[in-house]
Design a protein around this ligand. Structure first.
Ligand SMILES: Cc1cc2nc3c(=O)[nH]c(=O)nc-3n(C[C@H](O)[C@H](O)[C@H](O)COP(=O)(O)OP(=O)(O)OC[C@H]3O[C@@H](n4cnc5c(N)ncnc54)[C@H](O)[C@@H]3O)c2cc1C
Length: 300
């Protein structure tokens, strides 16, 4: 089913993706993202992490454009301590030259440190796992404001956690969105989510901060039970969800319990740069699958 959804999402023409996907993107400018971030905090006490959409960039000029757009965004959130940023190595030039990518990431992380803003390095497909983790382990001792992501679908993640010993890492833990072959990763969502709970315990045992990134209410509740049982202090955890996924009631419940909740708030400078992210969101959305199935039925 997941592969079917992906295939369908990839076939839909871009203008339709744009219409369908509007809940998942704050807009086409930094100002629109800031306005979203402000209203989330003012009205719901919800924190944000801003992402500028773009990935797999092959042009140096566009990479440097993204880097300076992130710098502008950092300036804008200097006084907004309820917002952080999320970045992707493939948008920062990994496919041009991994060293160029590292320089760009360090440039942004170091600026962010000067204003005490958290930068999370997103985890992309399996080709980037080693690079991202190596870079994270190198940067973290120098830049305490840097975090990264671990994907519970990957068999390797349990061992990867051991590499973080002594770093007091800042980890977003999620199942992972990129398809990985079955010799390297779980293929059933239930297995990915059970592993997420196992890895959550391990990260907490080792004293790392964990942002739990899931919309699955059943597993959110199981994570809360683990937090209770392990007596994890509030400053060592938070809950993260994607803007546009309808989880208002759960977010409210968590905030009322005193939990920190952070939404991933993307904005697009160019819509073509946004398409890959939007198509992934479409493939995850149950309503899109229904819509597609209904249309297939109508035609037959
Ligand atoms: C803040 C944040 C950052 C992330 N960063 C990364 C990253 O760096 N790398 C990475 O690989 N993955 C990342 N992800 C994606 C993540 O790995 C999952 O693919 C995604 O969260 C869906 O998994 P789930 O645990 O919510 O479970 P699912 O079973 O996919 O979703 C649970 C329920 O949520 C609802 N739902 C989920 N998605 C949608 C949607 N698009 N529209 C409508 N309803 C939906 C459905 O009702 C579904 O049944 C991130 C997720 C979050 C929340």
């Amino acid at each position: 089913m997941a592969d079917f959804r992906k295939t369908v999402a990839n076939m839909i023409p871009s203008p339709l993706v744009k219409i369908f996907a509007s809940p998942y993107v704050s807009g086409d400018s930094m100002e629109k993202a800031l306005s979203k971030v402000d209203s989330l905090f003012r009205e719901k006490r919800i924190l944000s992490t801003i992402d500028i959409l773009g990935e797999a960039e092959k042009s140096k000029e566009k990479v440097l454009g993204a880097v300076s757009q992130y710098e502008k965004t950092l300036d804008a959130i200097k006084e907004r301590n309820y917002s952080s940023i999320s970045i992707k190595p493939s948008q920062f030039g990994y496919y041009i030259d991994p060293n160029f990518c590292k320089e760009n990431i360090e440039r942004v992380v170091s600026k962010a440190l000067s204003q005490n803003t958290l930068v999370t390095i997103d985890m992309e497909d399996i080709d980037l796992t080693d690079y991202t983790l190596n870079l994270y382990c190198e940067l973290k001792p120098k830049y305490p404001n840097v975090g990264t992501v671990l994907q519970s679908r990957l068999f390797r993640t349990e061992k990867d956690i051991d590499r973080l010993d002594g770093l007091k890492a800042h980890i977003r833990l999620c199942i992972g969105i990129y398809t990985v072959s079955k010799d390297l990763a779980y293929t059933k969502k239930k297995d990915m989510k059970e592993n997420l709970l196992k890895l959550l315990r391990k990260l907490f045992e080792k004293g790392h901060f964990v942002a739990i990134g899931t919309h699955d209410v059943k597993y959110l509740r199981k994570a809360l039970e683990i937090i209770d049982e392990m007596k994890i202090p509030k400053e060592m955890r938070e809950f993260q969800m994607l803007m546009g996924v309808p989880r208002d009631a759960m977010q409210r419940e968590l905030v009322e319990k005193g939990e920190n909740v952070r939404l991933y708030v993307p904005y697009a400078v160019s819509w073509s740069d946004a398409m890959a992210y939007l198509r992934r969101r479409m493939a995850e959305s149950p309503s899109m699958t229904l819509l597609v199935l209904k249309n297939l039925f109508k035609r037959s």
